[in-house]
Design a protein around this ligand. Structure first.
Ligand SMILES: Cc1cc2nc3c(=O)[nH]c(=O)nc-3n(C[C@H](O)[C@H](O)[C@H](O)COP(=O)(O)OP(=O)(O)OC[C@H]3O[C@@H](n4cnc5c(N)ncnc54)[C@H](O)[C@@H]3O)c2cc1C
Ligand code: FES
Length: 266
């Protein structure tokens, strides 16, 4: 019988510092197939396991990327201490991912902030590869300071195919773009509410604020998809650690329809 908890040992082939406390880890993992929005459980021997969204393109077959913010906790600190060629364990991919078939033929607004960018990065790569299947596509991304904007090189590439609107929280000497929260730039977008879908991924307060902005745009709750984060253990629907009401984030999510969940963010 297959052991669902059995991890694979993989090599970290590249580590990039994306900001003061965020690093990208490239993991040698061949023939992995996943849907954007799914996550993996990453283990560091002696420190434990934690879930992370997959940030690389689903068309990339030789590796996956994860982007990790160091929370100061066991696993993220241990990951940030790794060196190139160290080995870690990987389980998954797990979870449902974004409903790509439902998104097809529609305008799309992806709103994210802080470290909510990894699963969105993978979705953007998918959309760009299939650009003719989507209408107007916007990525709205807010960060605290210019230095906190992650995946800057990728963003430059994405801007050739989709509209990317960046904003930072407060005025900054190195920044002449938008200032304010993601909610303040939502007026910049041009979508047909009847054929638009939205994704939200980021800190709780941002989700609350966005909900007040997406609704007036006429995008119904049925067409808003939220990627949720909860503490996890098994990752496969057995331990109940990740429960939100009657749903498990690990198996029913992490992507939920907005009208499926109660709106109490951590
Ligand atoms: C589906 C999913 C995808 C995720 N994707 C990413 C990602 O791409 N990049 C990233 O940096 N982080 C991501 N996270 C959050 C990440 O799993 C936690 O930051 C990590 O588990 C912390 O582990 P730790 O041992 O370092 O810290 P701990 O000692 O466990 O906790 C340190 C701090 O982080 C908080 N925390 C711990 N686990 C979670 C969690 N699962 N969700 C929210 N807060 C948590 C704790 O409340 C505490 O404040 C994701 C979480 C989920 C559920
Ligand atoms: S992490 Fe165990 S049920 Fe979801």
């Amino acid at each position: 019988m297959k052991n669902i908890y059995l991890p694979k040992q993989v090599k970290v082939s590249e580590i990039k510092e994306l900001s003061e406390n965020v690093k990208l880890f490239r993991l040698d993992k061949k023939r992995v197939s996943f849907v954007p929005g799914q996550f993996v459980l990453i283990g560091v021997w002696g420190y434990g396991e934690s879930p992370f969204g997959i940030a690389s393109s689903p068309y990339e077959k030789s590796h996956i990327d994860i982007v990790v913010r160091n929370t100061g906790g066991n696993v993220t600190s241990a990951l940030h201490n790794l060196k190139k060629n160290d080995e870690i364990s990987v389980r998954g991919p797990y979870g449902n991912g974004f409903p790509l078939d439902f998104f097809e033929g529609k305008d799309l607004v992806m709103a994210t902030g802080g470290c909510g960018i990894p699963p969105i990065a993978s979705l953007v790569e998918y959309i760009i590869k299939n650009r003719n299947k989507f209408g107007n596509v916007y990525l709205l991304y807010g960060a605290r300071t210019p230095e906190d904007i992650l995946m800057k090189n990728e963003i430059k590439k994405w801007e050739k195919n989709i509209s990317v609107i960046l904003t930072i929280d407060k005025p900054h000497p190195n920044w002449d773009g938008h200032v304010g929260f993601v909610t303040d730039i939502i007026s910049e977008i041009d979508v047909n509410p009847k054929r638009a879908v939205a994704t939200m991924c980021g800190p709780g307060p941002m989700m609350n604020a966005l909900e007040k902005v997406l609704r007036p745009l006429g995008i119904s709750d049925r067409r808003i998809f939220v990627s949720m984060e909860r503490k996890m253990q098994c990752g496969v629907g057995k331990c109940q650690h990740c429960a939100i009401g009657s749903k498990y984030v690990c198996t029913d999510g992490p992507v939920f329809n907005f009208d499926e969940i109660d709106k109490t963010w951590d």
